[in-house]
Design a protein around this ligand. Structure first.
Ligand SMILES: O=C(O)CCC(=O)C(=O)O
Ligand SMILES: [Fe+2]
Length: 377
C-alpha cells in the first residue's frame, strides 16, 4: 500500500457539502457542492473528483412546501388533484401571449380545432425530438412550473397549443404515456367546459357500440349470406367518431393522426377501452362482453370544470390516469350545479356562456425522455 493512501479496510467515505441559495426569476433554488472525503485511521483526505453528481441544484424545500400549500388552496371538484387558478395571467399578458401565438404561422389543421407545438415533437418510442422554445414560451413555462410545483426539480418541456373556433372541441381522451402524468392548461381568449369521465364509463359505451355492430353484422350475414367485416368496422368507426369516443394520445406525433380521425379501427378502440380494465392483457381480444350494462352512476361525467380565459388548470393522479378528459363541440357552456368551480370566478349556477370567439389553450407537460439536437425547421 503506497504511502499516504489510507488502508481501504480502515477508511470510511463520507462527504461534506456546501449549500447556497440562488434566486432565479420567481424561483429560489438551493445549489449544493458535494465534496467526497476519505476518512482514514490517521487523517482526513479530500477525495476530489469532478463527477457532475457532485454539484446538484434542487428547489428550496421550504419553497416547495409553500408552493404545495398554495396550490392545495385552489383545489376544485370531486376528483383529487384537480386545481384551478382563475386570472393566472392578466388581460394585458393574455393579449401579448395571443399576439405571439398568432404571429406564428405553423398550424396543423384538425377536425374542430387547429394546433401548434412548442418544444418539439413527441414520438411514441423515442420521446421528445426536441426543438428550441421561443423566449416568451420559456418564461411562461418557468412561471407555470414555479406556481404549480408539479414537476419537482424539472421543467415542463412541451406545449401543445390548441385553437378552437366557437363550436369546436376535443373528444374524451387520455394524454399519452410519454408524458409525466401531470398537466397544466392555460386558457386564453374564450371559455370552454372540460369534462372528466371515468374510463370505465366509456368502456361500457364502446362495448355497447360493439354489441350494436355485431348485431348489425349478424343481420347482414342473414340477409346476404356473407361476412362483411370491413364495411361493418367502417360504420362502427364512423359511429364512434360521431360520438366523440375515447382516444389515447400516444404522443403528439400520433395525436394528429388519432385526433383527426378518432379510432382508426374497432380493434384500436377496443384496446383503448380495455386498457383501463384489469382483465386486459396486451394482444388479447376485448374482455368486455357485449351484454354488460354500465351501472347507472357510470354513465355520468365525474366532474366538469369551466375554463375561463386567463385561468390555469392543473391536474394529475386519478384525474390524469383513471379519467378521460374532453370538451364538447357546442356553441355555449351551460353551467349547472355540477360545474365545479363557478364560485372561483364569482359566477353562480345556472348560467350559460356563449362561445363567441376562438379559444386558445396551452397544454403544458413534461416528456422525460428527450432526444436533443434534432432541430426541426
Ligand atoms: O384545450 C384544452 O383545454 C384541452 C386540451 C387537451 O386536453 C390536450 O391537448 O391534450
Ligand atoms: Fe388532453
Amino acid at each position: 500500500m503506497g504511502q499516504g493512501v489510507p488502508d481501504a479496510q480502515a477508511c470510511r467515505r463520507v462527504s461534506a457539502g456546501l449549500g447556497l441559495h440562488v434566486n432565479a426569476g420567481l424561483e429560489t433554488f438551493q445549489a449544493y457542492l458535494r465534496i467526497p472525503l476519505v476518512v482514514g485511521p490517521s487523517r482526513l483526505a479530500p477525495h476530489w473528483s469532478y463527477a457532475p453528481s457532485n454539484l446538484f441544484v434542487t428547489r428550496d424545500p421550504a419553497r416547495v412546501e409553500t408552493v404545495r400549500r398554495n396550490v392545495r388552496a385552489h383545489r376544485v371538484g370531486t376528483l383529487p388533484s384537480v386545481y384551478l387558478i382563475p386570472e393566472f395571467v392578466s388581460h394585458q399578458e393574455e393579449g401579448l401571449l395571443l399576439k405571439h401565438v398568432y404571429s406564428r404561422e405553423r398550424w396543423k389543421s384538425l377536425s374542430g380545432r387547429r394546433l401548434q407545438e412548442y418544444g418539439g415533437t413527441v414520438h411514441h418510442k423515442q420521446g421528445l425530438l426536441e426543438a428550441p422554445l421561443p423566449e416568451w414560451m420559456s418564461s411562461l413555462l418557468q412561471r407555470v412550473a414555479a406556481k404549480a410545483g408539479l414537476w419537482r426539480d424539472n421543467m415542463p418541456n412541451h406545449v401543445l397549443l390548441n385553437a378552437y373556433p366557437p363550436g369546436g372541441g376535443i373528444m374524451p381522451h387520455q394524454d399519452g404515456p410519454m408524458y409525466e402524468p401531470c398537466v397544466c392548461i392555460l386558457s386564453l381568449g374564450c371559455q370552454a367546459t372540460l369534462h372528466f369521465t371515468r374510463k370505465r364509463a366509456l368502456e361500457h359505451k364502446v362495448s355497447a357500440q360493439r354489441s350494436l355492430q355485431q348485431q348489425q353484422q349478424q343481420q347482414q350475414q342473414q340477409i346476404h349470406g356473407t361476412a362483411n367485416g370491413t364495411a361493418s368496422n367502417a360504420s362502427y368507426d364512423a359511429a364512434l367518431s360521431a360520438d366523440n369516443s375515447p382516444v389515447r394520445h400516444a404522443g403528439t406525433d400520433d395525436a394528429e393522426q388519432l385526433l383527426s380521425s378518432t379510432c382508426l379501427s374497432a380493434a384500436n378502440c377496443c384496446e383503448v377501452s380495455c386498457a383501463a380494465s384489469s382483465t386486459y392483457t396486451s394482444g388479447s381480444s376485448c374482455a368486455v362482453t357485449a351484454d354488460q350494462q354500465p351501472p347507472a352512476e357510470d354513465k355520468q361525467t365525474e366532474m366538469s370544470v369551466l375554463l375561463m380565459p386567463r385561468s390555469l388548470l392543473m391536474f394529475q393522479h386519478a384525474a390524469y390516469e383513471d379519467c378521460l378528459h374532453g370538451i364538447d363541440e357546442v356553441l355555449e357552456d351551460v353551467c349547472t350545479q355540477q360545474t365545479d368551480d363557478l364560485t372561483a370566478y364569482g359566477l353562480h349556477s345556472p348560467c350559460t356562456l356563449q362561445r363567441t370567439s376562438e379559444r386558445v389553450s396551452l397544454t403544458i407537460r413534461r416528456v422525460p425522455r428527450v432526444r436533443k439536437g434534432l432541430l426541426r425547421l
